[in-house]
Design a protein around this ligand. Structure first.
Ligand code: ADA
Length: 554
């Protein structure tokens, strides 16, 4: 299942889930691997970094144009169709697509060469405090599209004097070699509008609809009302293509140090969550996503940070349905200046931001765009890169605030750039210090260093514990000590009016790479700061978070 709702009633879609043929470079023989899936699930590739090739025969039911859609391939994909190169893509965490014109009815072959190796070619997937898996890790599909088809919809709601309106932009592409006249109808919550336009051969058109609504319910954490926005494309009065988006009516604004959703201040109580599960790696099936959601909501969370990359759209769909307030961020973790100077860095970041916003723009749950977790924001060159990325975001979406999680305490020179200032702080874990005192120094410095008058978020706080390890002396790595540290941190931050939200590091233990020396400070080659372990077994800290989240700032 590619999304949690049907995106097409007219366009035919064939999902590509199932067993695919597979060959791994340097290994004898043929394998069968599941898609979606990580190759680390196979006993021969448990920790293998390399290049493999997935192959599948597909039967094309109707001659015409095909659109291939991949929600995530980790981390580089080279796609070919009947032996012809079609599209290449870098980054496990953003979707990509390609159109193949004039395909004949019958059997065809799809091949995806997949690479998860580290090196200069990969500026963002590097040895890190989370794992870069290999494979077609998110769903994929083949769609049948007519010569002129709907490529994308962008829905931007506005609230003026208690009345909702929206700008709906629909992007239409003509893949044929002749000009086409089409009409496009959009329907949402009782409002229906239509336009006719001529689309040149090989061209794209943007149609804009200013929609007004009489009675709609706003989307909020308490009542996440969702509506289907349907666009239907017709040629000579015949409907030939459609695209359905699920949208919500909500605005995000800032009022000094407050984050406002629909004009009301919200306090964010959330988790950082990696897409990682013990036995399936990053290819998490829906039932495990839903389980994560249940656990986080049981603990009283109303917010989530998609550390440190864009998430699977099915999980974002769940967040829309549950009213979870999401900080989604581009892909980058802990890149010092040298890593940011990788010749591929700027382009790979730019692609990631573009694909994240283009694909996730309509999720009402996303209220913040984040970038560059713990990168070189203390340097002039780093600052320029931060500024460029914030500018790219604003040029694509002016309706959401921006932020970045810093750990460059007292040296960061980029705090004036985002709309919200966020910091990661491990008082009681890496630093044995008074949380209260350290927090005062931090917030005083933030205000003096460009953050005055902005909301401040504690984007990471936490401590490590090995599941099941109990100790009466409450030593570090015991479940008791983790719970103590999280309690002390939450009690300080959640009672500080300068702070607008807290995100626990982290929801679940996750696998880390052995490469880059991560094994040395990460027992079991896992980041063990989860309040549940990698099988989602709760540690003592889970109940601590639950107790505090469900009784504070309610
Ligand atoms: C950082 C980083 C996280 C994780 C964490 C930790 O703040 O953003 O990805 O590595 O530290 O566990 O130390």
């Amino acid at each position: 299942m590619i999304r949690l709702f049907e995106q097409h009633h007219i366009r035919q879609v064939q999902e590509l889930d199932g067993m695919w043929e597979f060959r791994m470079e340097g290994f004898e023989g043929e394998y069968q691997l599941p898609v979606p899936g990580c190759w680390e699930q196979h006993p021969d590739f448990l920790a293998h970094r390399g290049r493999g090739e997935y192959r599948k025969k597909i039967y094309v039911k109707n001659a015409g144009n095909l659109r291939l859609e991949f929600k995530g391939v980790s981390h580089t994909a080279d796609v070919s169709f009947d032996g012809k190169a079609i599209v290449s893509h870098y980054n496990a965490f953003t979707p990509f697509s390609a159109v193949i014109a004039d395909v004949e009815k019958g059997e065809h072959e799809l091949r995806i060469a997949v690479d998860n190796t580290f090196g200069e070619h990969s500026a963002l997937h590097i040895p890190n405090d989370y794992y870069t898996y290999g494979g077609i890790t998110r769903p994929a599909a083949v769609e049948y599209i007519p010569d002129t088809y709907i490529k994308n919809i962008r829905f931007t709601p506005q609230l003026t004097c208690g009345r909702w309106s929206a700008e709906t932009e629909v992007f239409v592409c003509n893949v044929s070699e002749r000009e086409m006249e089409i009409s496009l109808e959009v329907k949402l919550a009782g409002c229906c509008m239509e336009k006719t336009v001529t689309v040149g051969a090989g061209c794209e058109e943007r149609l804009v609809f200013a929609m007004e609504f009489d009675e709609v319910q706003a989307w909020s954490n308490a009542q996440p009302a969702l509506y289907f926005l349907q666009a239907v494309l017709s040629v000579n009065g015949e409907p030939t293509d459609d695209l359905i988006e699920r949208v919500g009516f909500r605005t995000v604004t800032l009022d000094g140090s407050k984050i406002m959703v629909n004009g009301e201040a919200v306090y964010l109580k959330g988790f950082n969550r990696h897409e990682d599960y013990a036995s399936v790696g990053c290819a998490i099936p829906l039932q495990l996503m839903a389980q994560d959601m249940e656990l986080m909501q049981e603990a009283g969370a109303n917010a989530l940070r998609t550390c440190h990359y864009p998430n699977d759209e099915r999980f974002l769909d769940l967040c829309d349905e549950r009213g979870i307030l999401v900080w989604e961020e581009n892909h980058a973790r802990g890149l010092g200046l040298e890593s940011m100077q990788n010749p591929n860095f700027d382009r790979q970041c730019e692609d990631c931001i573009r694909e994240m916003i283009e694909n996730h723009y309509n999720h009402p749950s996303i209220i913040i765009w984040g970038i560059l977790n713990e990168c070189a924001s203390e340097t002039e060159e780093g600052r320029e890169k931060y500024a460029r990325q914030y500018a790219q975001i604003k040029s694509m979406d002016a309706s959401r605030p921006t932020t970045s999680a810093t750990c460059r305490h007292f040296t960061d020179i980029s705090l004036d750039l985002p709309d919200i200032v966020s910091f990661n702080m491990y008082s009681g874990w890496y630093q044995d210090c008074s949380v209260e005192e350290r927090n005062r120094q931090e917030t005083d410095w933030i205000k003096a260093a460009g953050g005055a008058g902005k909301p401040i978020i504690v984007s990471e706080l936490g401590a490590g514990a090995i599941y099941g390890y109990r100790d009466r002396s409450r030593c570090k790595w015991s479940e008791e000590r983790q719970a103590d540290i999280i309690r002390e941190n939450l009690e300080v931050y959640m009672n500080d009016d300068d702070i607008t939200g807290v995100f626990i590091w982290q929801f679940a233990d996750c696998r880390v790479t052995e490469e880059g020396q991560w094994f040395a400070s990460r027992a079991r080659c896992h980041n063990n700061k989860g309040v549940v372990d990698e099988y989602r077994r709760p540690k003592i800290a889970f109940d601590t978070v639950k107790e505090i989240f469900t009784t504070t700032r309610v």
